[in-house]
Design a protein around this ligand. Structure first.
Ligand SMILES: Cc1ncc(COP(=O)(O)O)c(C=O)c1O
Length: 369
C-alpha cells in the first residue's frame, strides 16, 4: 500500500503527457514556454481570480509577495509554528521576524483570538512593526478567513494565504487562492495537485501587486531581462512541469471527490478524533490525520500499522519554535501548548484518490482493533 499513489494517476494521463513532452522537445522553449502561459490562464479560471502567477516552488510563492511589500528587518509577520518550515523560513530569509501564534485544537489552523492578542502585544512592546499575517490552510482545510480578514483590516496588515496544501479547497464555494491579499500554493509532487518536480503559484486580484510579483519572479525585470528594476529572484518555471499540471488539472475535480469520499469513510468509521472541517468549508484532503493519546501510544500504533504494511507519517513532529534553526527567536517549550501536543500525538494515514476499498478496510480494521 502506498501513502500517496502517483503511479495509478500517471497511468491515466501518461499518453497525453507523452504528447505534451514531445511537443516541448520540438518547440524547445524549456522555461516559461507556452505551457506555462496556458497553465496560468487555467489556474486563474479555476479559482476565479484575476491573476495566477506561476513560479518555481511554494516557498518562492510565499517569498515573492513578502518581497513585493518590502518586508524586512524590524517587521513582524504572524504565522503558526505547526506548519511546514517554509512558512516561517521565508520571513526569516528577509530579515523580518516570525511571530508565532498557536493553533485551534480542532482545525489545527491559526487561532484568531490568539492572533489578535499577539498583534496587540507586538504593538505594545514597540520593538517590531506588525506587517503581515500568513495563515496556513493545514492539510487542506482553509483557515478562518472571515475573522482573519477582519483582524487584518483593523490593524492594517497584509494577508498571504499559505495554500500550499489546500489548492482545490473552498469556503462557501469561494475557492482557495482568493482569500487575503494574495495566496501561495505549492505543486510539490505529493500535493493534491502536484507536478514532477518543484513548482508553485501565486494568486491575486490586485493588478499592481501581480505586476510586482511577476517581475520579482524573474530577477526584478519588467521589459528588459538584462536590466533589473529591483532585487528579485530566479523564480521561473519550466514548461515540462506546466505540461504535467495541465493534464492533471483535467482530472483534478474528480480526484478531489475521491479524496472526499475516503476522508468521509475514515471519519465515519475510525474510533479516533480527526481534524475538524467547519460547515461550508471544503478541504482538498491533502492529508488525513488522527490524534492519539500520547507519543508512546503513537509509536505503538505506527508499529502496528507497519506490521500490516500500512505506511503512516508524522506531520509535524517538531513545531517550528522548537527547531534549532529557529532558536534565535527565543521561544521555549510550553509557549504554544496546542502545537506542541499535536506534534506529539498526530499521525497521518494513507490518503490519495486511488486508495482501494480493501486498503481502507484493512486500515480501519487495524486501527479499530
Ligand atoms: C504549508 C506549506 N507551506 C509551504 C510549503 C512550501 O512549498 P514547496 O515545497 O513547494 O516549496 C509547503 C510544502 O510542503 C507547505 O506544506
Amino acid at each position: 500500500m502506498d501513502f500517496i499513489d502517483l503511479k495509478t494517476q500517471q497511468s491515466r494521463i501518461r499518453d497525453k503527457l507523452t504528447i505534451r513532452f514531445n511537443n516541448i522537445l520540438d518547440h524547445g522553449a524549456y522555461i516559461m514556454g507556452p505551457e506555462v502561459m496556458e497553465l496560468e490562464k487555467e489556474l486563474a479560471e479555476y479559482c476565479s481570480v484575476k491573476y495566477a502567477i506561476y513560479c518555481s516552488s511554494g516557498t518562492d510563492a510565499l517569498l515573492i509577495p513578502l518581497m513585493a511589500w518590502d518586508i524586512g528587518p524590524g517587521d513582524a509577520v504572524f504565522t503558526t509554528p505547526f506548519t511546514y518550515v517554509a512558512t516561517a523560513e521565508v520571513i526569516s530569509l528577509l530579515g523580518a521576524t516570525p511571530v508565532f501564534v498557536d493553533v485551534y485544537q480542532s482545525t489545527f489552523n491559526i487561532d484568531c483570538e490568539k492572533l489578535e492578542s499577539a498583534i496587540q502585544n507586538t504593538i505594545s512592546e514597540g520593538k517590531l512593526i506588525p506587517k503581515a499575517i500568513i495563515p496556513v490552510d493545514l492539510f487542506g482545510v482553509p483557515a478562518r478567513y472571515r475573522l482573519i480578514e477582519e483582524i487584518a483590516n483593523k490593524y492594517n496588515l497584509k494577508v498571504i494565504e499559505d495554500a500550499a496544501q489546500s489548492f482545490g479547497g473552498s469556503i462557501d464555494n469561494k475557492k482557495v487562492g482568493t482569500f487575503g491579499d494574495i495566496a501561495a500554493t505549492s505543486f510539490y509532487p505529493a500535493k493534491p495537485l502536484g507536478c514532477y518536480g518543484d513548482g508553485g503559484a501565486i494568486f491575486t486580484n490586485k493588478k499592481d501587486l501581480a505586476e510586482r510579483c511577476k517581475a520579482i519572479r524573474i530577477h526584478g525585470t519588467i521589459d528588459d531581462k538584462y536590466n533589473s528594476e529591483f532585487v528579485g529572484i530566479n523564480g521561473r518555471l519550466d514548461s515540462m512541469q506546466a505540461a504535467v499540471l495541465l493534464e492533471k488539472l483535467t482530472i483534478f475535480d474528480e480526484e478531489l471527490s475521491l479524496r472526499e469520499k475516503i476522508s468521509n469513510q475514515y471519519r465515519e468509521q475510525l474510533e479516533y478524533s480527526a481534524q475538524y472541517i467547519p460547515n461550508n468549508y471544503n478541504s482538498s484532503h491533502a492529508l488525513f490525520s488522527i490524534l492519539l493519546e500520547s507519543s508512546s501510544h503513537r509509536e505503538s500504533i505506527i508499529k502496528k500499522l507497519k506490521a500490516n504494511n500500512i505506511p503512516s507519517l508524522i506531520y509535524y513532529k517538531h513545531p517550528i519554535h522548537l527547531m534549532k534553526g529557529f532558536s534565535y527567536l527565543g521561544y521555549k517549550r510550553g509557549d504554544f501548548p496546542i502545537s506542541e501536543t499535536l506534534s506529539k500525538t498526530i499521525l497521518s494515514l494513507p490518503m490519495h484518490p486511488y486508495l482501494s476499498e480493501e486498503d481502507i478496510e484493512l486500515i480501519l480494521k487495524v486501527l479499530n482493533s
